[in-house]
Design a binder for this molecule. Sequence first.
Ligand SMILES: *Cc1c(COP(=O)(O)O)cnc(C)c1O
Length: 364
Amino acid sequence: MKFNKTLENINTYEAGKPIELVVREFGIEPKNIVKLASNENPYGCSPKVQKAVCDIVSNMALYPDDSMMKLQNALCSKYEIKEENLIIGSGSDQVIEFIMHAKANTNAKILINSVTFAMYEIYAKHVGAQIIRTASQEHNLNEFYELYTQERPDIIFLCTPNNPTGDAIDTQSMMEFLRKIDKDTLVVVDCAYMEYGAYKDKSKKVTPKELVEEFENVIYLGTFSKAYGLGGMRVGYGISQSNIIKELYKLRPPFNITTLSLEAASVALKDEEFVNNCIALNFDEMKRYVEFANEQKIDIIESYTNFVTLCLNNTQNSSFISNALLQKGMIVRDLSSYKMNAIRVTVGTKEQNSRFFELASELL
Ligand SMILES: *Cc1c(COP(=O)(O)O)cnc(C)c1O
């Protein structure tokens, strides 16, 4: 059977291995498995969220509120924006998909960083668009601008802090870059880890309100999957001027967020204290990874997120190391598919991290 030509060279996204799979493949008991592969919040979500979701769990027969009023209001007041500036997706992944379908076709060009979130490329390929990558590992805005003037891309993706490297763009430089981009080029600023980045360094903080007020061609992306501890609930959002949001809405399937997810995200936003505590713990624990890397004499990229990227030496192989860790029940992310001899490790709880150091030092 023939399928769409655009699907021919798509490699399906390899999600972090779920615990269930390691149980099945290696016969390890779930309690002995540690997953530090998908940058989830190791402390989970606010207890208030769990309670709120339990309270409405009897209410699953009816379709969700398709206007998403409660979550819309909560996000609008947090970011001081209007409803017309906001679209909510089943993860920010879904918003990326809307963006791609709204703006790109088989002739489109998409400019992305050399090493960045894999889904940009996959969604671009869905519509048959061409991918253009920078050469630098970190976002180099001069190089972005050079490629922009040469190639005239339809969409530019900036990911700050970046996944899977953890580094972040200086916000002032980014604003200057955005001012030089013509109004017909859509710029996506993916801030999946912004809660962490902004906490660590104010000069990396991106405010969606400022973007919306100044630019008619920029969209900010946020998610509940990382700092808010709701990866299992699939809620993300895009913030931009209403002319863009209106187009994205045409692509949104009805009821794309479940009742439980809407409730969870709304309540999670109201418990900033919980999230801030998690972020503080994250950076405390991250210090141990820096020490570990120094002891092992391997490079660690300075991270503005809840994960670290450990760049291995020539004598070590990231696929081998991550596989060996997996067989011991430690799930991390091998970055060889990003052409890096590195592993990405989510900063876990104190116990999870200690376990990582113990297992990794036997292998490195
Ligand atoms: C995790 C992540 C997302 C999206 O996650 P969702 O769970 O789909 O909201 C988007 N961008 C980056 C860079 C991410 O790491």
